[in-house]
Design a protein around this ligand. Sequence first.
Ligand code: 5GP
Ligand code: ZN
Length: 112
Amino acid sequence: MTADCLFCRIVAGEVPAKPVLETDTVLAFHDINPQAPTHVLVIPKEHFPAAGDMDPATAGEVLRVAHLVAKAEGVAEDGYRLVFNTGRNGGQTVFHVHCHVLGGRQLNWPPG
Ligand code: 5GP
Ligand code: ZN
């Protein structure tokens, strides 16, 4: 637990969030400002700043749960996008790694 980290505080139950799925090591909850009909964040309960900081087991569990979220939200069949914004130029604003699960509409690239 990193006291000044928003997502650590969500894991601790100090900040409310709308949960989607939870495993022993990972939590998935709805993004507060959705960019698509389905927009869920998947985070490890342990604090890692960014995607490259995760150990392989944690990274694998985040990806496994991201797909379970897509299935639970009904977007797995039509397709979805997983995004790890990383660092300032990558658009990361919360420095507790999170995988965005986006779906429910055609996603254009580049985003805009
Ligand atoms: P980033 O820009 O770091 O990749 O994504 C951070 C995400 O966290 C944004 O999509 C933002 O809407 C979301 N977010 C920020 N604060 C909160 C919050 O308090 N609760 C939830 N559920 N999502 C948040
Ligand atoms: Zn954290």
